[in-house]
Write a protein that binds this ligand. Structure first.
Ligand code: XIL
Length: 299
């Protein structure tokens, strides 16, 4: 096959990218994205601050720009993200306790109603575990609203749109030996045992010198899949974009039947949130890098 999306489709998977609404007027950007990818995640436009800037007043203008571009170009959409400690609007940052809990529920209902039946996977909860060796939940206003905030978010999401796969998404959970990975694993195992509605786990896969790729990522994907959830690589970028590491991540997903697909976190290096790391598959001019060919060959 000659594009990433078509190559991934040969095994029933997808190959996606993050799309920024502000770049949809850049024809180099849209021609690469339109050609290569068949899944889209809004880089920022479906986050809480963007979709509910004032409490109870939803604004989907930027989110819909990304959504409509995707669908008009034949792509499916992952929703990102409904409950997160970061990129909260000011009004939510200042809430706590039961009023924050209700605001989270109302937010999930409001956003999921707008996109009901249109989103293949929702990142319902993002980044709820602490970094380092504690294996604890991350301290946040949501966590302080009660340890059950994550399962409440998933139960709310299931009722709001039963057609979407509901994912938990996090970073530094790719290495099986990391405490954060084990903490996430325990939560997913517990949710499956108790019937909390979770369908998938997203591994962001932002690899860099501080949190490098390890070949046990495949073990991690397999172990989560064995709990009865799908898995996905949701925000892939790799410092320096070594072709061999990109190929390995691709092969890891292909080796796991329940790995739904791979999303890279941007199109060209210049589009990356970590552009100084040149972590993506296309250079600043839109040319294919060695990592691109390595991924295409591995698919
Ligand atoms: C990043 C975006 O790429 C940036 O544009 C924004 O300034 C901050 O957020 N984990 C996530 C993503 O789940 O939403 C983050 O995206 C990157 C880390």
């Amino acid at each position: 096959e000659s594009t990433l999306g078509a190559a991934a489709a040969q095994s029933g998977r997808y190959f996606g990218t993050a799309i920024a609404s502000g770049k949809l007027g850049d024809s180099t950007y849209t021609s690469i994205a339109g050609r290569e990818f068949n899944m889209v995640t809004a880089e920022n436009e479906m986050k809480i601050d963007a979709t509910e800037p004032q409490r109870g007043q939803f604004n989907f203008s930027s989110a819909d720009r990304v959504y409509n571009w995707a669908v008009q170009n034949g792509k499916r959409v992952r929703g990102h993200t409904l409950a997160w400690h970061s990129q909260q609007p000011g009004w939510m940052q200042s809430l706590s306790g039961s009023s924050l809990r209700q605001a989270m529920i109302d937010h999930i209902n409001g956003v999921m109603a707008h996109y009901k039946g249109k989103i293949v996977q929702w990142d319902v909860v993002n980044e709820a575990f602490a970094d380092g060796s504690s294996g604890a939940r991350r301290d946040s206003n949501l966590q302080r609203s009660g340890n059950d905030w994550i399962e409440v978010a998933f139960r709310t999401a299931r009722a709001a749109d039963p057609s979407a796969k509901l994912c938990y998404n996090d970073y530094n959970v790719e290495n099986w030996n990391w405490a954060k990975t084990q903490a996430m694993y325990s939560m997913v195992r517990d949710f499956k045992q108790r019937g909390v509605p979770i369908d998938c786990v997203g591994f962001q896969a932002h690899f860099n010198s501080g949190s490098p790729y390890d070949s046990n990522f495949r073990t991690t994907l397999q172990n989560f899949a064995a709990l009865g959830v799908d898995v996905a690589v949701t925000e892939l970028d790799i410092q320096g974009a070594p072709a061999s590491t990109y190929a390995n991540v691709t092969k890891d997903c292909l080796a796991v039947e329940r790995c739904l697909g791979i999303t890279v976190w941007g199109v060209r290096d210049s589009d990356s949130w970590r552009s100084e790391q040149t972590p993506l598959l296309f250079n600043n001019s839109g040319g294919k890098k060695a990592a691109y060919t390595a991924v295409l060959d591995a698919l």
